[in-house]
Design a protein around this ligand. Structure first.
Ligand code: G3P
Length: 218
């Protein structure tokens, strides 16, 4: 499973990319609004740092506006993937952008039928939002499971990009279901590194090693 960081923060990206586990980035208007940099310049810097797909979302709500903005975003860097919300206009814009050779991530997906329609218009990625479904007492991972089943039935090439990830268990569940990608806030990726038994084990190895070295000296 590919791991993306869900962020617009360059420092988070620069700290995680050298680890070699990051395959791409997703941003959204809320994430980019938190940063002080010019959004287009920031997206360019992100693309240069990651060298993998970087989702950048349109804010227009009509198909013509989405296509216009999508083309502008795609012009920033070849790694840009244009993110469009799942609406009637979003579906229409997705088809038009795909026909122009631009990769699209259809976002704000909350039902299997939305994912099916996004796949039919050639989206490269669909983004089911698991955390926001969990927030309203609906199992977000059931949606992922159903989308994967549908895409497998018809061999849609669209990749399932699990989004709105809140904790490391979401990542485990996404991987067990065979999702293509999981996009995580940096804090979730940091949490995935932690295990107290690893820390305790390492401390003991190093202590034993030092004890043996001291003993060898006398
Ligand atoms: O990038 C879209 C998605 O991951 C947002 O997550 O936590 O705002 O529901 P969240």
């Amino acid at each position: 499973m590919k791991l993306f960081i869900d962020t617009g923060n360059l420092r988070e990206i620069e700290s995680l990319v050298p680890l070699g586990i990051i395959d791409g980035i997703t941003t959204n208007p809320s994430l980019l609004a938190k940063e002080s940099a010019d959004p287009h310049a920031l997206l360019k810097q992100i693309c240069t740092t990651v060298r993998g797909p970087v989702s950048a979302e349109v804010v227009a709500t009509d198909a013509d506006g989405m296509v216009r903005e999508g083309k502008e975003l795609a012009g920033i860097d070849p790694y840009i993937v244009v993110k469009v919300p799942f609406t009637r206009d979003g579906v229409k814009a997705c088809r038009r952008l795909v026909d122009e050779g631009i990769r699209v991530n259809v976002t704000l997906v909350f039902s299997p039928n939305q994912a099916l329609m996004a796949a039919k218009v050639g989206a490269s990625y669909v983004s089911p939002f698991v955390g926001r479904l969990d927030d309203i007492s609906t199992a977000g991972m059931d949606l992922v499971k159903h989308i994967i089943e549908i895409f497998d039935n018809y061999e849609f090439p669209t990749e399932v990009l699990v989004a709105s990830v809140r904790h490391p268990i979401h990542v485990v569940e996404a991987a067990r279901l065979g999702a293509d990608i999981c996009t995580c806030p940096a804090a979730v990726i940091e949490a995935m590194f932690k295990h107290p038994l690893t820390d305790i084990g390492l401390e003991k190895f190093l202590k034993d090693w030092e004890k043996a070295r001291q003993a060898a000296k006398v």
